[in-house]
Write a protein that binds this ligand. Structure first.
Ligand code: ATP
Ligand code: MG
Length: 572
């Protein structure tokens, strides 16, 4: 662990006194920010959009700024309200009812957001699907969720399987052509515009499902994580305290809306605060990313370590050509923000990046670095107010500090998953004696900072002791030739378990047997435990998910000759 402490980046942030707030925190304090009917019923759209649209000044503020190919489409809060009401009226006209599902299967476009809001207005459960989703998994998702409708475009239609679409009543196609592949196709050009711009939102108990998100590892079937309207309390709190949003903030969350980060912090969370959300729909390029920050005067940027890495690899010259002076907060999620990325980003942007941790199932950021607290590079920070965290062993017993164990969260925070769609057993597996088990391995230090060490299935067993891969990878990365590394345990060879490292070298270094030997000697000299690192494979790209997460599971499967799962889940 790195002992350096980076001073707080913004002592004047919304959350000023972490420890005091944490001790005295009550969720009810944040209820005040939200509206409820007398009967206690809610609809997230009332709070996220309609109350701002009814306000003479706020209604003119941009809520969604969507850019693609250099073209910008701006939606004020009033636009967002009126247009999503049109979509809601279309759904009603087509017979959708509360509890029905709509799949949103589109390449990045504002219609994703408008239809999400439309669904929420009447309680239709939406599920945003990656436009690159593979055929087999998509078929599985369709048969699992049985949506009443699919919103897509003519280019993506051919990915829908005839069998799985049998029970689907409507296939809405953006644009004015139909492909003729399915009898249920409805072209939307001219249709939405004719719909009325008013709609009376339905009101629900907080636990009413809002969206269904399929998350999936590299093996095994995907799982549909269910989230509800009442999650918004968690969105508001973390938007204020972690992302430090205010109503004049311009937030850019660069995650796809088919990833939970894009749905929660690219849409609902900033809107609940009355802020502006920027969406860049173009595929990644370093210059597009820098230009987006500058052009839209982004004040808060929520990104990923994978994106920072790609920016870093594009060179140090580029960022110097842009003006980031409006940027006052940077946060990341998805994977460990390793110290070299941290320091690189700190040098090239006005503020150091703040790592945050959460998962689809938690619905909101749960562990974070806060702008008013010191940062320890390599640490994902401390529990957010309202979250009680612990490090536990396999039986759920709490472990002392500086011990490797599984991260567990006390159940009961407002945005915790409400279920796994049609899989109660899998849902029940998350819980043990009032705790939610995350499957992530961590170490907590004496100041309460958490350090991610990999997932529980990534653990490496050496002489009755478990080691997280992160610890070994961190040492390998310190070798000057190495840019990225991933390690896996290989089980027994001549009776003893061994460790294999996959290494991507820095430009200018040539993989060789000699370099492999050198790296192994380096690890031996610098790691406190004796690790049987017997093998190094040089690799051009490490396998990662679309959201940029390292897939050690794929390396393990490949190595051990197991199925590697659906490759469409990997980044192109
Ligand atoms: P599946 O559960 O199907 O395997 P997934 O876990 O990759 O999919 P997500 O819910 O998007 O899908 O990812 C959550 C996971 O991402 C966490 O459990 C954790 O392993 C990882 N993660 C998130 N934030 C961080 C972080 N700051 N540091 C390290 N890992 C992180
Ligand atoms: Mg997961």
């Amino acid at each position: 662990m790195i002992k350096t402490r980076i001073p707080p980046q913004n002592p004047q942030a919304n959350l000023r006194e972490y420890y005091k707030t944490y001790r005295t925190f009550a969720w009810s304090d944040f209820e005040m920010e939200l509206t409820r009917s007398d009967s206690g019923k809610v609809n997230i759209v009332n709070d996220a959009v309609d109350r701002w649209a009814a306000h003479p000044e706020k209604q003119k503020q941009p809520a969604l700024v969507f850019e693609r190919g250099g073209k910008v489409r701006t939606f004020t809060y009033l636009d967002l309200k009126e247009q999503s009401c049109r979509w809601a009226n279309l759904l009603v006209e087509k017979g959708f009812e509360t509890g029905d599902r709509l799949f949103i299967f589109l390449s990045p476009c504002p219609e994703i957001y408008l239809s999400m809001l439309a669904c929420a207005r009447l309680g239709v459960i939406f599920s945003v699907i990656f436009p690159t989703q593979g055929f087999d998994e998509l078929e599985w998702m369709l048969s699992n969720a049985e949506p009443r409708g699919v919103l897509t475009d003519p280019d993506l239609v051919e990915r829908l399987s005839q069998d799985a679409m049998k029970g689907v009543d409507h296939i809405f196609l953006t644009g004015d052509v139909i492909t003729g592949q399915f009898a249920q196709e409805i072209p939307l050009a001219g249709v939405i515009e004719r719909m009325p711009t008013g709609f009376t939102n339905r009101a629900f108990p907080g636990e009413t499902p809002l969206f269904l998100l399929y998350t999936s590892g590299s093996t095994g079937p995907p799982k549909g994580v269910v989230h509800a309207h009442g999650d918004m309390l968690g969105y508001v709190m973390t938007a204020r305290y972690v992302l430090d949003l205010n109503s004049d903030s311009v937030l850019w969350t660069d995650g796809d809306p088919a990833w939970v980060t894009g749905t929660v912090y690219g849409a609902f969370a900033p809107w609940l605060i009355g802020a502006t959300s920027v969406v860049q729909g173009a595929p990644f390029s370093a210059s597009t990313w820098y230009r987006t920050l500058e052009r839209h005067q982004v004040s808060v940027w929520y990104t990923t370590p994978a994106t920072l890495r790609r920016l870093m690899e594009a060179g140090d010259d580029l960022p110097r050509r842009y003006d980031f002076s409006r940027l006052r907060h940077v946060a990341t999620v998805g994977d460990t923000l390793i110290p070299d990325l941290f320091f690189w980003a700190r040098e090239h942007f006005p503020r150091a990046p703040h790592d945050t941790w959460w998962m689809t199932e938690t619905g909101m950021i749960c562990i974070a670095n806060f702008p008013s607290e010191p940062i320890k590079p390599g640490s994902m920070g401390k529990p957010v107010p309202g979250i009680e965290a612990a490090v536990v062993d396999r039986d759920g017993n709490s472990l002392p500090i500086l011990t490797l164990g599984e991260l567990a969260l006390k159940t009961g925070w407002p945005s915790m998953l409400r279920g796994i769609w049609r899989d109660e057993e899998r849902y029940a597996d998350y819980f043990l004696d009032g705790w939610f088990l995350t499957g992530d391995m961590v170490i907590k230090d004496e100041d309460g900072y958490y350090y991610h060490q990999g997932r529980n299935d990534d653990l490496i067993k050496i002489e009755q002791k478990f080691l997280g891969p992160y610890e070994i990878e961190q040492v390998i990365r310190l070798h000057p030739s190495v840019t990225e590394a991933a390690v896996i345990g290989k089980g027994a060879s001549k009776g003893k378990p061994t460790v294999k490292a996959f290494v991507k070298v820095n430009p200018g270094f040539v993989p060789s047997a000699r370099l492999s030997h050198e790296i192994r000697a380096f690890v031996k000299a610098n790691l406190h435990t004796d690790i049987p690192l017997t093998e190094i494979e040089f690799i051009e790209e490490l396998p990662k998910t679309r959201s940029g997460k390292m897939l050690r599971r794929v390396l393990r499967a490949r190595e051990l000759g197991l199925p590697t799962g659906d490759p469409s889940k990997l980044r192109e």
